[in-house]
Structure formats: C-alpha cells, structure tokens
Design a protein around this ligand. Structure first.
Ligand code: TRP
Length: 330
C-alpha cells in the first residue's frame, strides 16, 4: 500500500474549517493508504515556545484528532520528537542542500520578516526537516495545503539529489495530495471568506453550546432579499454553506424557500443553524474532553505510534547509512 505521511503544526484548536478540510481528508485516507500522522513539535521550536506549552499542545492535538476519528490502529499518530531517526536524516539532507535555495523559500522570507530578531538556522532549514519527516518513511503522498508547495518541492529536490549523488534509486519523490480541491470550503462568520484562526471568525470543535450560539447569532447578514428568487450575497451564501454541512437537507430547503419568497427571518435561520452546529459539535466535543482527561491513554497512543514510526524510520536509516558509507563499527 502507498505510504502517506503528514505533519500537524501545533497551532491551537481545530475549527470547523479544519474539520471539513484536512481532518476529513485524513480520516478518509487512513482507510485507503498506509498512513502515518505526527505532531511537528520540533518545527514549532523556530518560535521558541514555552516548555509547558509544547506538552500541552501535543495533548490537545492528540485529543482533537482522535475525537474526530483518527484511528491509531489504522494510522499511527506520533510526536515528531519521539522519533530521533528524523534528526539523523535531517543532518544528511542538510549536507546536500544549499544556502541559496533555502534562502529563496518564501515561507522563510516571510518568517524572517515576521520575526526579524529571531531568524535562526532552524527557520532556514525548516524545509529539510520537513523533507526528513517525509523521506524517513519513504512516503509517496503527503496531504498538505497549497501553502506547502515550495516545501514539497524542496522535499522532492532532497530525494532526487540524494539519489543522484549516490547513484541509487532509493527515495521516491513525494507528491502533494491537495485535499482543498474536493473539500467543502467552510466560510467564516464575519462574511470575509474562509474560516481561519488568524481571522478570529471560527467555531472551534471544543466550543460549548453557549459560545456556539453567541458566535452564530453574531454572524454577519444583510438587509434581506430584495426580490423573489434573487441570488444570495456572499454573507448569506456563507450561512447556507455552513447549514449544508451540519443541518438536514429539509432544513436547508426550508430556509432556501423562505429566501426565495422573501419571507426569511435571519434570526430564525441563525437560531436553527446554532442548534444544528451544536448538535454536530457536541459528540465530538465530548470525545475531545474524554480523551484530554485521560493523559495516560494519550501517552500510550503516542508511544505506540512512535514505536511503529521508529520501526519504519529505522529501516530507512539503516539503508541510508550504508549508501552514504557509514558501516556499523560498534
Ligand atoms: N509544514 C507543515 C505545515 O506548516 C507541517 C509539516 C511539518 C509537515 N513536517 C511535515 C506536513 C511533513 C507534511 C509532511 O503545515
């Protein structure tokens, strides 16, 4: 079966946009491929997080992804820093990667602009660490967003260059698997487009009923349909898009008809939407809480994940050492 690897950046809680994007895609992929998912905690060091936050965010990610349906029996989930093999390969890959090409990566340039006082070497070599995450398992498919294209290009370059230097056909060139193409784009509640953490327009999976209601009731609307059967402006279409993923088809149809005959009352629509979002989120939220409360279980799941990942990583690394010319002397 084809190998799939994906890293999860520890950046806060999952929202509905993540759920219907990356997470749904992971859940589907775990049935079709040999998947490995990991929490990219080494990558997060480029911004110098507090020690307690690292542990905390790993637990949060584990709880949320497991609650959404990642099945660690099908798709091991591990913490990157539990798999030291990744670092050895990172070192080898760095030896074949040039300063100039790393400096040209736009995410590096952006980060350097965002944190001018902390343009560290880890930031520069972020793409080779990511390449190592992927190549350590000799993965062929990587589910990532469009923003990762340049990093993926670097990963392919690392694979190709290693193969060329040593005259081997060892690393496959990993391909991005863009899920955004067939995923539902979940809009934000502020009418500005996509749901995104930085936009502060999200409904988080962990939000309680009251928070959900408050957020939905505050969603941006307009002054109502001006004529029967008129097209919906974006802010209204956004509410319907959300409704289509959480509500029953009859509910959507009901409000669609109300829109078309100009009798729609946004207060009613939002009330219904809030209820349906809550009904959708409640069981996931309960699972998140249950997973988060049992840190022993989380640790056991991560440990099992790391064992499986290390097995796969070790197999690659043994061969890489041979190819490079390191033979076991101890
Ligand atoms: N760079 C990815 C992101 O920002 C996270 C990541 C790190 C990753 N290593 C990876 C993704 C390996 C896929 C494969 O989202």
């Amino acid at each position: 079966m084809e190998k799939v690897v994906s890293g999860i950046r520890p950046t806060g809680n999952l929202h509905l946009g993540n759920y219907f994007g990356a997470v749904t895609n992971f859940i589907k992929m775990q049935d079709q491929y040999d998947c490995l998912f990991f929490i990219a905690d080494w990558h997060s060091l480029t911004t110098h997080p507090k020690p307690q936050d690292i542990q905390q965010s790993a637990n949060t990610i584990l709880s949320e992804y497991l609650a959404c349906g990642i099945d660690p029996e099908k798709a091991p989930i591990y913490v990157q820093s539990d798999v030291p093999e990744v670092l050895e390969l990172y070192l080898y890959l760095n030896m074949n990667t040039y300063l100039g090409e790393l400096e040209r990566v736009t995410t590096f340039k952006e980060k350097a602009r965002q944190q001018p006082d902390n343009v560290n070497a880890g930031l520069l070599t972020y793409p080779t660490l990511m390449a190592s995450d992927i190549l350590i398992h000799r993965a062929v498919k990587v589910p990532v967003g469009k923003d990762q294209e340049q990093n993926m290009e670097m990963a392919r370059k690392c694979a190709r260059r290693f193969n060329n230097i040593y005259g081997v056909d060892f690393f496959p060139e990993p391909q991005s698997f863009h899920f955004t193409a067939n995923a539902v784009k979940i809009p934000g509640l502020d009418g500005s487009g996509k749901m995104g953490k930085s936009q502060d327009n999200c409904i988080y999976l962990k939000d309680d009923a009251k928070t959900i209601r408050k957020k939905v009731m505050k969603a941006v609307t307009d002054c109502g349909p001006q004529a029967p059967n008129s097209p919906k402006p974006e802010v209204i279409e956004n509410l319907f898009t959300l409704m289509r993923v959480v509500s029953k088809p009859e509910t959507v149809q009901f409000f669609d008809e109300k829109w078309n005959d100009c009798s729609i009352r946004y207060g009613d629509l939002k009330k219904q939407l809030a209820e349906d979002v809550e009904a959708f989120c409640a069981p996931i939220r309960e699972k998140i809480q249950a997973y988060a409360a049992d840190t022993d279980n989380l640790r056991a799941i991560a440990r099992r994940g790391a064992e499986k990942a290390r097995e796969s990583a070790n197999a690659t690394l043994q061969e890489v050492r041979q190819i490079i010319g390191f033979h076991k002397t101890v």
